[in-house]
Each structure stands twice: as C-alpha cells, then as structure tokens.
Design a protein around this ligand. Structure first.
Ligand code: GDP
Ligand code: MG
Length: 163
C-alpha cells in the first residue's frame, strides 16, 4: 500500500529542494526569492524501493506578515488532511523560530503524524538547531540535507513501515 507524505514548514527551510530530490525532477521551483512557488504541488516520490506521493506546500512565500499566519494555517491544514504523514522541516542553521512553533502547534492540534526534519544539516552548522529542535516536542529530530542528499536513508527507514 502506498502513502502520502506532506512536506510542511515555514518559507525557505528547503521544502521544495527536498520535494525535488524525492521526486528526482525539478517539479517544484526552488529559489531564494519570495513568490516563486504556489499552493500545493504533488509528485511521485521514490527512495530506494519505496514509492509514495509527496506534497510540497508552497504559496507562503508571497504574503505579508499580517496574512502569513492564516494562509500558512489553511495551506498546512489542507496538506495534513491529504497526507498520511507530515515531514515538518525547520532550518537547522537558523534554529527554532517563533513561526516554527506556530507550525508545530498547527500539527499538534490537527493530531498529525509528524516526522521532524532539521534541514541544511550538512556540516556542523546545524548542530545547535538539531538540539533546539527537541524542544518542539515532536520527537527525535531527523537531520537532513535536502541539497546534499544527506539523511534520506534515515528517512527511508522511518517511512518504510508506513508504506
Ligand atoms: P522552501 O521555501 O521551504 O520551499 O525552500 P527552498 O527549497 O526554496 O530552499 C530555500 C533555500 O534554501 C534555497 O536557497 C536552497 O538552495 C536552500 N537549501 C535547501 N536545502 C538546503 C540544504 O540542505 N542545505 C543548505 N545549505 N541550503 C539548502
Ligand atoms: Mg518552496
């Protein structure tokens, strides 16, 4: 049986980069600039022999601070409803932000099944962020580097029992 994984988290943590790596194609636009990707994007993902559907939540990049929370909440809730499991990404180099805490609350309140991913964890720059991430209360943080393909094998072992 297959399953659906939603990648959620605030803008710029590397959701689309990870989506592209899992799909193996540049379906989602990755950019430093805000306003590049829109809404939800679905793709067929593959890690080794494991195949599943992955959803990239975008469309959060182009909104002002006033509307970000509402938009973020609606989009994340939609993705959670579509998904069997969520990969909640934070930026390990930045550490846990107030916005990350809002996301953690949304996921908790929705009762979502969550994998906590600490992205940009290549090298040592994310060591502090990976420790901080425990405080989100979402279990053991999984260190990932979407850009360099690190931690994908660990993700495989977490996802395999679901698929
Ligand atoms: P999104 O807004 O969450 O979809 O984030 P993007 O995938 O668009 O990435 C935002 C920025 O972070 C881009 O400049 C990426 O190249 C960069 N980025 C993504 N993954 C990694 C990573 O594993 N390590 C580092 N150092 N940068 C990354
Ligand atoms: Mg994106």
């Amino acid at each position: 049986m297959s399953f659906t994984l939603a990648i959620v988290g605030r803008p710029n943590v590397g959701k689309s980069t990870l989506f592209n790596r899992l799909v193996g194609r540049k379906l989602a636009l990755v950019d430093d600039q805000p306003g590049v990707t829109r809404d939800l994007r679905e793709g067929d993902a593959k890690i080794f022999d494991l195949r599943f559907t992955v959803i990239d939540t975008a469309g959060l990049e182009d909104v002002t601070d006033d509307s970000l929370q509402g938009r973020m909440r609606r989009l994340t809730e939609r993705a959670v409803d579509m998904a069997d499991v969520c990969l909640f990404l934070i930026d390990g180099r930045v550490g846990v932000t107030a916005t990350d805490e809002v996301f953690a609350d949304i996921l908790r309140k929705k009762g979502a099944r969550v994998i906590l991913g600490v992205n940009k964890a290549e090298g040592k720059a994310a060591d502090g962020g990976a420790v901080e991430a425990w405080a989100l209360g979402l279990g053991e943080p999984l260190r990932l580097s979407a850009e360099h393909g690190e931690g994908i094998d660990d993700l495989y072992y977490i996802l395999r029992p679901i698929g």
